[in-house]
Design a protein around this ligand. Sequence first.
Ligand code: DQA
Length: 146
Amino acid sequence: TRLLVLHGPNLNMLGVREPGLYGSSSLEAINTRLEAVAHAAGVTLECRQSNAEHDLVDAIQQAPAHGVDGIIINPAAFTHTSVALRDALLAVGLPFIEVHLSNIHAREAFRQHSYLSDIATGVIAGLGPMGYELALTALLETIERN
Ligand code: DQA
């Protein structure tokens, strides 16, 4: 099984950026931990971060050709703006889980709408870095069931 983990804009600044909201873990620490969990489960993981919408669209488009079985995505601010990410995910039709470190439903009104949630296999918000690990477990379960 091969999974793609996509991190959207500004998530490269985790640990430094608004730690009260997003925690003190760096993105590298989150990815390292996730890779250990994946390795233990016999899963191959590819983690990518980009501040550019087109890079994320390209990564989603290329996923099937790379043998990816499912996607874990924290679209960050693009959650609330991007029809393009939605369309890319619809185009490839891979199961995906949307993850947010913070509880977007407890924040500003503009963060409470997601262009992805209604087409996601599931959504995890507000659990910090643990959300990615829960997503990995859930996505594997979904893939193995199908
Ligand atoms: C976020 C929530 C988004 O609203 C915000 O733009 C982010 C991070 C989260 O993980 O909580 O950059 O996706």
